[in-house]
Design a protein around this ligand. Structure first.
Ligand code: HEM
Length: 403
């Protein structure tokens, strides 16, 4: 059965409300007609099987850089410098971009980062310990979940330390998918692009041992990334590599701290971590939806025809809690072995940074659980809040105390 709704679950702020709204929708069927916070009407998929099929369906396309926010209003050179990346692209452009970037962003390069991430994590947890000792409370969002992935992605790309807070400020409206309004978006877009152009020029002139220098030099035969593709790639990696992992760490910590039996079990048998991390990704996924798809032809979904030209949104959050796929989906079960969650997407756009995200998540959550056995939430889970956003499933704060 499918339903027509005039409200959306994306902007729900109280912790738990988003999952509740999506579960209510999903009870009515796997496909829904909603109006998004951006006022765009869209088909929203909540069923796991339908979501997986849609993400692998070549008739549902990202549609190219012209589908990015405010493209019609923004001057073309700014839009081009931010939006020519693989997450807006379809084959053959997507295939070409992903291949060029994959030559620079290898598993070996990611694994080289592990010792640095461990050192960074230890020093951030030292700060958490100091705050707990001084005031009895710490905000894990501010002290751990935010700074760790920010430092990792900036180190990886070669963004200098003094620019990091600026970049974080500019990225907020760029990430919010229209929620901040055009003027704020455009001002941030121009600043981010000017900064990135300078950075690319610097890496071209003086290559360093970082990913951006490797991307500037990346070649596939005669092919290479254009200037717009390089600056767009920096913006994509920053978006894709920061707030996503912030939410893996924060949502993961929230789930674990809400269930001391699981944290005790993980301390006793750390061999459970790989499976546990996958369950945390499923249980409270960091990314709410895949980037919007457009039907390039009429497509049949859940017995209905989605007409060519319509927008389709795949709710990763809802698909990962589909009871037809995961038994007791609202329960955290770190021993669950049915795999196959969609937190990293599926199909040709499956997350390129998944190995890095898993590395950051495993190192950080394991260190947290092992170093602070008495750590507890300082407030009830119901009183926590989520940021209103189309894309990310992000907490505003995560206060903790030691018991
Ligand atoms: C827990 C953390 C992360 C999650 C949950 C996540 C999730 C996702 C999802 C759902 C997609 C597909 C979106 C779509 O189909 O529209 C995606 C794509 C992507 N992710 Fe991640 N991501 C994470 C971390 C990272 C990191 C750390 C990086 C890199 C530094 C990264 C780089 C990318 C890139 C480049 C793409 C585009 C791939 C393509 O279009 O072919 N991600 N990610």
């Amino acid at each position: 059965m499918t339903t027509t709704h005039d409200h959306d679950p994306f902007a729900a702020v109280p912790n738990g409300a988003r999952h509740a709204a999506l579960a209510e929708l999903a009870r009515q069927g796997p496909l829904h007609r909603l109006v998004l916070p951006t006022t765009v009407p869209a088909w929203v998929i909540t069923g796991y099987a339908e979501a997986r099929a849609a993400l692998a369906d070549p008739r549902l396309v990202k549609g190219g850089p012209d589908n990015a926010p405010y493209v019609a209003e923004l001057e073309p050179e700014t839009s081009a410098g931010l939006n020519h990346h693989m997450l807006t692209a379809d084959p053959p452009t997507h295939t070409r971009l992903r291949k060029l970037v994959s030559t620079a962003f290898t598993r070996r390069q990611v694994e080289r980062l592990a010792p640095g991430i461990e050192t960074l994590c230890t020093s951030l947890l030292d700060d958490v310990a100091e705050r707990l000792a001084a005031t009895g409370e710490a905000d894990l969002m501010e002290s751990l979940a935010h700074p760790l992935p920010l430092t990792v992605i900036c180190d990886l790309l070669g963004i200098p330390e003094e620019a990091r807070e600026d970049v974080r400020t500019w990225m907020r409206p760029l990430l919010a998918g229209g929620i901040f309004g055009f003027d704020t978006y455009a001002a941030a877009a121009r600043k981010m692009l000017a900064f990135t152009r300078d950075l690319v020029a610097e890496k071209r002139h003086t290559p360093a041992d970082d990913l951006l220098s490797a991307l500037v030099q990346a070649r596939d035969g005669e092919d290479r990334l254009s200037e717009d593709e390089l600056t767009s790639m920096v913006q994509l990696l920053f978006i894709a590599g920061h707030d996503t992992t912030v939410s893996l760490i924060a949502n993961g910590a929230l789930a674990l701290l809400s269930d001391p039996a699981w944290t005790a079990s993980l301390r006793e048998d750390p061999g459970q971590w790989p499976g546990a991390l996958e369950e945390l990704l499923r249980f409270d996924s960091p990314v709410q939806v895949a980037m919007p798809l457009t039907a390039a032809a009429d497509v049949e979904i859940a017995g209905r025809t989605v007409p060519a030209g319509d927008v389709v949104i795949v709710s990763l959050l809802a698909a990962n809690r589909d009871p037809a796929r995961f038994a007791g989906p609202a329960l955290l079960d770190l021993a669950r072995d049915d795999g196959g969650h969609l937190a990293f997407g599926h199909g040709i756009h499956h997350c390129l940074g998944a190995p890095l995200a898993r590395l950051e998540g495993r190192i950080t959550l394991r260190a947290l659980v092992e170093r602070f056995p008495g750590l507890r939430l300082a407030t009830s889970p119901e009183s926590l809040e989520r940021e209103p956003a189309l894309l990310f499933n992000k907490l505003t704060s995560l206060p903790v105390r030691s018991s």
